[in-house]
Design a protein. Structure first.
Length: 110
């Protein structure tokens, strides 16, 4: 369960907040002037969140790699070259060397 608490109250009650997080698995949203500014969660929740974010980033990178490999093969085909003679691992290596990320939506140009 989440509790919303102002920053001043949080600062004055930090021990009780930490105890509540540890004892009851509470989550706190800290506000400043009624705007959410931060969250306080247990360390185990934080570690779980980090792992989920790592997996999401790996998924995005894998997806970007597949897209980049497809674009590379299309580029080769447009140049009249066959990707059939290049092993998949070599195409993957070349694309990885281009430092492909999920934010890079690139196309190969002349």
């Amino acid at each position: 369960m989440e509790k919303i608490i102002g920053i001043t109250k949080a600062r004055n009650n930090i021990k009780e907040i930490i105890d509540s997080i540890m004892d009851n698995n509470e989550k706190y949203i800290i506000t400043r002037d009624t705007s959410p500014e931060a969250a306080i969660i247990s360390y185990s929740d934080y570690l779980n969140f980090k792992e989920i974010m790592r997996q999401l980033q790996a998924f995005k990178q894998d997806k970007a790699l597949v897209t980049a490999q497809k674009q590379f093969k299309e580029w080769l085909s447009d140049k009249g070259l066959s990707s059939d003679k290049i092993p998949e691992k070599e195409i993957e290596r070349m694309v990885r060397e281009l430092n492909v990320s999920s934010e890079n939506n690139w196309k190969l140009y002349d």
